[in-house]
Design a protein around this ligand. Structure first.
Ligand code: URA
Length: 484
């Protein structure tokens, strides 16, 4: 019987670290039943073996994985079950001979991995819905701090969502295992802490409670659904939680009696909560599938554009696309058909994608703003650029699409898309060629919008710009391949 191999990983949820170790093991032909994975912090380095030592010497072999393995593995690695590393290695090992293994949902390893990935995504979703910031003062000024207790190692995975959502303020999210910090420019991570180390809330907490009581609609009270969406264990960290039993009781009697009028303090609470940098995120659960998102989008009134458009245009493409492309907003044709990029700019994009060797059907195509902004001149509807408020209002939807599709690479077409993705004003000329991080698993790149190519009068310039556009798309494709 061959010697067992102990692999010690330094980080609990680092896909790159696990992948490097797994590649070395695979290159050395170490079968999964010989490998024991340990975490440095918890194992005390059980066998004194550093990552993959036994597998370091052999020459690397070519390792094949289907396209959806890395994404599955990146989610599974965040699960708190210590068996995750071995499970992933077993899958990787088996995939070398069973190319279609991941298609077999009944396979025990595949089933376990998919279940773990789902639990991680759900935990991440809960973190987005239930994090509540408290305002504190520090030597650098105002800082918002939130305490959260996730089930899995999801802080690194989920923090970019908050960086997008609350780009304009300094914040920290502290959990028992890890903490995330945003200073308005960069996201950094540190150790976890105790709840008592988090500063106490201030008056903002009271505003949350008043705000929550104002949006609580007795007519729509469904206690069971509410508990499913907001499990009781999350309640203790929510400022509004103290209100829930009382509101539930009064709502039940309000279903029989006439609903009470709006208390006078609600309007100011609403204003104050809204003024605290967009902290009035809804306490409703956000859509968890692209289908639910597309349905929810049709009821969106986050900005005024919904009043004039025919319909909102959701993103389109495979839910597991590795490349996601963001345009500005639907045009006239897209507004009428309800599908993105079907008009003249879409045609330019299609041709460029094809020349870059990218299959449009494998790409998820969406827009920064989901409603068509236009002015009517006679019978014509002329495109108008969305303004900052409209872009900001729609970032919620774009963020959800990014989260649900979880692509490896996102291409921003033009300044509006770049702004929507980075949360900052952007010039394409500056952003082009400078990939930006959207999450530990997703990189963004900026290029021009195909409509810009359509507008160029000078033929020579148009040819050169189009060639560069195609080059940018090829570069994005290379990034997808490099992401493994
Ligand atoms: N332009 C865009 O930005 N998006 C579309 O869907 C169509 C044209």
């Amino acid at each position: 019987m061959s010697e067992p191999v102990a692999v010690t990983l330094d980080k609990p949820a680092d896909y790159a670290e696990w992948r490097a170790a797994a590649r070395r093991l695979l290159s050395a032909n170490v079968a999964p039943d010989r490998v024991g994975f340990r975490l440095a912090a918890t194992s005390g380095d059980l066998f004194g073996t550093r990552p993959g030592r036994a597998a370091r010497q052999p020459a690397p072999v070519t390792i094949c994985v289907p396209q959806d393995f890395p994404r599955l593995a990146k989610a599974v690695i965040c699960h708190s079950d210590n068996a995750r590393f071995a499970l992933l290695y077993r899958l990787l090992w088996r995939l070398q001979g069973e190319r279609r293994l991941l298609d077999n949902a009944a396979d025990v390893d595949v089933y376990k991995a998919r279940r773990m990935a789902k639990a991680v995504r759900r935990d991440s979703h809960k973190m987005k819905a239930f994090v509540r910031f408290r305002r504190t003062e520090s030597d650098v000024g105002e800082v918002f701090v939130a305490w959260f207790e996730p089930d899995h190692h999801i802080v690194e995975r989920t923090a970019p969502f908050f960086a997008r959502r609350f780009a304009g303020m300094r914040w920290s999210i502290v959990t028992p295992g890890r903490s995330a910090h945003w200073n308005g420019n960069a996201l950094t991570f540190g150790d976890g802490a105790n709840r008592r180390d988090c500063p106490d809330g201030d008056a903002l907490e009271e505003h949350w409670r008043v705000y929550y009581s104002s949006i609580f609609n007795p007519a729509r009270l469904k206690i069971r659904a509410m508990k499913a969406e907001m499990p009781t264990r999350y309640w203790r960290n929510l400022p509004e939680s103290r209100l829930i039993p009382e509101l539930t009781r009064s709502a039940q009697s309000a279903q029989r009696a006439a609903p009470a009028g709006t208390p006078p303090s609600v309007a100011s609470a609403r204003r104050l909560v809204a003024a605290q940098d967009g902290m009035n995120q809804e306490i409703v659960s956000s859509p968890q599938t692209l289908g639910a998102l597309a349905t929810g989008l049709q009821n969106c009134t986050r900005c005024g554009l919904c009043q004039h458009a025919t319909a909102a245009v959701p993103g389109e493409g495979p839910a597991d696309a590795r490349l996601l492309i963001v345009g500005e907003q639907p045009g006239d044709r897209e507004d009428l058909s309800g599908r993105p990029f079907v008009g003249p700019a879409g045609q330019v994009l299609d041709e460029a994608l094809s020349e870059a060797g990218i299959d449009r059907d494998a790409v998820f195509l969406t827009n920064a703003v989901k409603h068509f902004k236009h002015e009517t001149r006679g019978k014509r509807r002329l495109h108008q650029r969305p303004n900052v408020e409209e872009i900001e209002a729609c970032r919620w939807w774009l963020g959800l699409e990014l989260e649900l599709v979880a692509p490896s690479v996102v291409v921003a077409l033009g300044a509006t898309a770049t702004r929507a993705l980075t949360g900052k004003p952007a010039k394409v000329a500056d952003a082009r060629g400078q990939p930006f991080t959207l999450s530990p698993e997703t990189v963004g790149v900026a290029t021009v919008h195909p409509a810009y190519l359509l507008r160029l009068q000078d033929k020579e310039k148009a040819r050169a710009e189009r060639a560069q556009f195609i080059d940018d798309l090829r570069g994005a494709l290379r990034l997808v391949s490099a992401a493994g």
